[in-house]
Design a protein around this ligand. Structure first.
Ligand code: SF4
Ligand code: SF4
Ligand code: SF4
Length: 438
């Protein structure tokens, strides 16, 4: 037996806390645990000297590993297994890039136009060819504002469900929407077409929200969006309210959360997430000075989530507590694509509508998927000297590939987890101690 290179031990007040970055196991440990660690380090480990349950737990937590296991090679193995898995098909589909909002940080232009019938037919063919080998198919409806093209969402969904039935594939969908156009008819159709949840962005109290996320045709959408969140929650949809944070609106978070606490009917079911506003493209460069970088955002993030917990809302635990990851995002999977209204295929959500970054089109007879595709798929943080030596590799896996490609030095950009891991562990350690005391 040997010790994982991803073990973390720290004394917090009177407790010794253990965390392992390959499994994200967290525990308050005692002297028996520490004795095993010492014995392994001193080459005097002998399994029969310890409690069998303790050793089983230490193995399953990732703390103790077999001598012949190389953790970097193991990570690479599981990364490849997921990356090249053809049994999961994932599409992020923008049926239109048009939008009825003009958010101050939006990185998209909003050309008019919706996906044509020909492109829809080509997309269905593209999906059909891939479903023959798949077990799961998941779709995220995206835009622009996808509900400006709701008829396309529903007719494509109809076809997707038929194909999934034909190939016995599990289907599931989600929508990222500004929710201003969502009505009761959509709620019924979401049910019919297995759109199980929605992400709705509300950026601050009424005045702040309406000025940051300006609607072209309405003065204010704030009250309507709270209404729509309630409508979905009361029909048992999963709802995430995303609050996009920068230096301009961070001080308004309390006021917004108080309003939500007052007006959301089922607050324990609502998930609140904080997004980091970033000047992703030239289109939103003007907001750069208001944005936090990853290190700064890591500093403000946990106190923000503490405000959410304090008011009894739910959070997406993964947004705070690290989770083992072998791939960073959809850009990292061979069978995952972002599709725009012209049928252009991209790796990254930020490229939607940017023809220079297209890897091909669903209508291409001889779709090769090489340009703007292979170099993304072949990026391997495990081979990068900076990430290879990094304790956070199994929870950060090289960070956002888009940020790396657009960074001034072309190096991986460390995720927030690199900067606030200890604080997050400390926070959960308090919870753990509370649970033990209860
Ligand atoms: S709602 Fe979304 S797509 Fe529309 S302007 Fe705002 S950020 Fe951009
Ligand atoms: S590469 Fe980065 S920006 Fe693009 S989809 Fe992945 S996480 Fe998002
Ligand atoms: S990007 Fe930074 S934090 Fe992430 S694995 Fe690489 S070195 Fe570690």
């Amino acid at each position: 037996m040997k010790l994982s290179r991803y073990n973390f031990l720290k004394q917090y007040d009177d407790a010794t806390i253990f965390f392992n970055a390959t499994t994200c196991a967290l525990a308050v440990v005692d002297e028996n645990f520490l004795r095993v660690l010492e014995d392994v380090k001193n080459n005097s480990y002998d399994e029969k000297n310890y409690d069998a349950k303790l050793i089983a737990d230490m193995k399953s937590s990732g703390c103790l590993i077999d001598d012949d296991v190389d953790e970097l090679k193991r990570l690479e193995f599981y990364r490849n297994l997921a990356k090249y898995d053809a049994t999961n098909l994932g599409l992020t589909i923008a049926p239109t890039l048009d939008c009825n909002f003009r958010c101050k940080y939006c990185f998209e232009t909003h050309p008019k136009g919706k996906m044509t019938a020909e492109t829809q037919a080509a997309l269905i063919k593209f999906v059909e060819e891939r479903l023959a080998r798949a077990k799961n198919f998941s779709v995220t409806w995206y835009g622009g504002e996808p509900l400006l093209a709701e008829e396309i969402i529903y007719s494509l969904s109809e076809k997707f469900l038929e194909l999934c039935e034909k190939f016995s594939v599990d289907y599931d969908a989600f929508i990222v929407t500004n929710a201003s156009l969502l009505d009761e008819a959509d709620v019924s159709l979401f049910k019919k077409y297995k759109i199980r949840g929605a992400q709705i962005t509300i950026d601050g109290p009424k005045k702040i929200h309406d000025s940051r996320r300006r609607c072209v045709s309405e003065k204010s959408t704030f009250d309507k969006l709270i209404d729509r969140a309630n409508l979905l929650l009361n029909e048992n949809f999963s709802v995430i309210v995303q609050i996009n944070i920068d230096k301009e609106n961070i001080s308004c978070v309390d006021e917004l959360l108080d309003t939500l606490a007052e007006r959301i009917d089922r607050r324990q079911d609502l998930k609140i997430d904080f997004g980091q506003v970033s000047p992703f493209t030239d289109i939103c460069k003007s907001i750069e000075s208001d944005c936090y970088n990853n290190a700064q955002f890591a500093d403000v993030m946990l106190p923000l989530y503490e405000k959410v917990w304090a008011r009894g809302f739910n959070v997406n635990k993964m947004a705070v507590y690290p989770s083992p990851r072998v791939n960073f995002c959809c850009a990292d999977y061979v069978n995952s694509f972002v599709v725009d209204n012209h049928g252009e295929l991209y790796r990254c959500w930020n490229h939607v509508g940017n023809l220079k970054m297209s890897g091909g089109n669903v209508s291409d007879e001889d779709l090769k998927l090489e340009k703007n595709y292979l170099s993304w798929i072949q990026w391997n943080p495990i081979k990068h000297p900076k990430c290879r030596e990094c304790f956070c590799l199994p929870i950060c896996i090289g960070g956002c590939p888009y940020l790396m490609r657009t960074s001034a030095d072309g190096q991986p950009v460390c995720g927030t987890v690199k900067y606030n891991l200890e604080k997050v562990i400390e926070h959960y350690c308090e919870q753990l101690k509370g649970d033990v005391a209860d």
